[in-house]
Design a protein around this ligand. Structure first.
Ligand SMILES: NC(=O)C1=CN([C@@H]2O[C@H](COP(=O)(O)OP(=O)(O)OC[C@H]3O[C@@H](n4cnc5c(N)ncnc54)[C@H](O)[C@@H]3O)[C@@H](O)[C@H]2O)C=CC1
Ligand SMILES: O=C(O)/C=C/C=C(\O)C(=O)O
Length: 497
């Protein structure tokens, strides 16, 4: 199957006619091709987007909202097709794509269809100065949205929906590793009545298509989610052009478990926060710290629950709708972890496990590849728990971004806080305790953009989302992202009495 670029409402081959292979992580086999677009494709897309901008930015909020709702409905009505495409492209369990990724993609459009109708700018009555100020919030023009492979349609739409709701035209690039659902979104947008040129989807490598988006002088802002190294490169490239930047980068998130927590709830949630999506979520709690009095029982229970997790082909008997059943598929009852996204990523994660001793840890369980019958070339890895004795080791300082967590005891709240804050990252933190005072103290002092207490990945789309330190710059979500995708212009009117 050949994926195409979506430019000005048309599906097109890349101008260079250069193509990349698209791999199925569950089998390790090539199952399609995607355009390796370059600066010429980005140039064409940007010209159409720029031409459409005056019209789209003057389209009423009601009409924009109506189109966004149509897109949300279009996604929902194709739930099975999109979920199967996502699972096949990424390797994640189909059940996860069906219950999390695709529903959230629809929610992103529905949420911003409502939010744009409520978004308002400020006015300031300048008492005593005989002046009144009001602020206009103007869309920026053409903006770039670059998204990663871990939550493909979920994160792609998390950027695109607010950008177009705010009146911008968009050049969007999904990850070259997982392009399929972004491709399918093009048709949905056309059917929903989105005018040609408002959303342009250009596929290809970061170093060619992505770089061309960063460098294009007409692209006024970049919203990016991905690795911290890439974020640094984006910041360096865009700073001299004074582009607005929103960077959602990596995490090495602490999961602080105190002895007074609701143990059963904590244990079940910690399994999820460690291994959901094969641990490939920037919010996963990859560093688990446990109060010493609870440590031995936690270690025993956690490791035994991890050993029960099932690694297997992302499709199961329960989730497969029947349309795309692979020929050699042997039916499983349940799967907790599917395949990692790519061979190179599997090898990167394995390096941390194979060198665990040298990197400061002892493997307690997992760590080996899993061979799935009929899919021996797939990128399957056991969920892995590593015990560490210090937070300063490589295993606790570098983002692994796979099904690997470390565990370590702490003696008191002060030490827990020091450990939690002791990395260059600052995306999210989870705290398990029933003590309200402790909750308030830690919420105040944790260096993180998001603190979850007695929960994890509990998302209200109105809330600010993003990180501090090497986890990024700026906030997505709610009105924060609508502010990002608009420029404030203050108007001061003097009057006589
Ligand atoms: N915070 C997060 O959610 C994510 C973190 N990561 C981390 O990053 C590591 C590397 O993963 P990658 O797949 O290489 O992520 P990446 O950061 O390179 O890829 C994310 C997106 O950026 C694009 N990109 C790459 N280079 C670019 C450039 N020069 N200009 C413009 N766009 C560019 C890619 O094509 C993709 O669409 C992972 O091992 C993981 O640790 C990866 C994906 C998501
Ligand atoms: O917005 C969310 O709910 C989750 C976002 C997750 C990421 O940005 C990520 O894993 O990269």
């Amino acid at each position: 199957m050949k994926i195409k670029n979506y430019i000005n409402g048309d599906f097109q081959d890349p101008q260079s006619n250069d193509w990349l292979d698209n791999y199925e992580p569950a089998s390790g086999k090539v199952y399609g091709q995607i355009p390796n677009s370059d600066a010429e494709d980005v140039e064409e897309a940007t010209a159409f987007a720029k031409a459409e901008f005056p019209k789209w930015s003057n389209t009423t909020l009601e009409e924009r909202s109506r189109i966004l709702m149509n897109i949300a409905n279009g996604i929902e009505s194709r739930l099975d097709t999109l979920a199967e495409a996502e699972s096949r492209d990424n390797g994640k369990p189909l059940s996860l794509a069906k219950t999390v990724d695709i529903p959230r993609a629809a929610s992103n459009f529905r949420f911003f269809a409502h939010a744009i109708a409520q978004f308002a700018s400020e006015s300031h009555e300048s008492v005593g100065l005989k002046a009144m100020n009001f602020t206009l919030r103007k869309p920026l023009g053409v903006v770039g949205c670059i998204s990663p492979w871990n939550l493909p349609l979920y994160l792609f739409t998390w950027k695109i929906a607010p950008a177009i709701a705010a009146g911008n035209c968009v050049i969007a690039k999904p990850s070259e590793v997982t392009p399929m659902t972004a491709y399918l979104l093009g048709e949905i947008c056309t059917e929903a009545g989105l005018p040609p040129g408002v959303l342009n989807i250009v596929h290809g490598l970061g170093t060619t298509a992505g770089q061309a988006i960063l460098e294009h002088p007409e692209i006024k802002a970049i919203s990016f989610t991905g690795g911290t190294k890439t974020g640094e490169h984006i910041a360096r490239t865009c700073a001299p052009m004074f582009k607005k930047l929103s960077l959602e980068l990596g995490g090495k998130n602490p999961n602080l478990i105190f002895a007074d927590c609701d143990y059963d709830k904590m244990l079940a949630t910690t399994l999820r926060s460690s291994f959901a999506n094969q641990g490939q979520i920037c919010l996963c709690g990859s560093r688990i710290f446990v109060e010493r009095s609870l440590y031995t029982s936690f270690k025993e229970d956690f490791v035994s629950r991890v050993k029960e997790l099932v690694v297997g082909h992302p499709f199961t008997s329960a989730t497969l709708s029947g349309r795309e059943k692979p020929a050699t598929f042997s039916v499983q009852q349940k799967v907790d972890l599917g395949a990692l996204v790519s061979k190179s990523h599997l090898e990167k994660v394995e390096d941390y496990i194979h060198n665990a001793k040298a990197y400061g840890g002892t493997v307690l369980c997992g760590g080996k590849r899993v061979s799935v019958e009929g899919y021996e070339g797939g990128y399957y890895l056991e969920p892995t728990v590593i015990e560490v004795t210090t937070n300063d080791c490589k295993l606790n300082q570098e983002e692994i971004f796979g099904p690997v967590v470390t565990i370590m005891p702490f003696d008191n709240e002060e030490e827990a806080l020091q450990l939690a804050n002791g990395t260059k990252y600052g995306l999210s933190a989870t705290v398990w305790t029933k003590d309200l005072d402790r909750t308030m103290r830690l919420s105040d002092s944790l260096q993180a953009g998001i603190v979850w207490v007695n929960t994890w990945m509990n998302r209200d789309l109105r809330t600010p989302f993003g990180g501090v330190k090497a986890s990024g710059v700026g906030r997505e979500g709610g009105f924060e992202v609508l502010r990002f995708f608009t420029e404030a212009k203050n108007v001061c009117i003097s009057y006589s009495q």
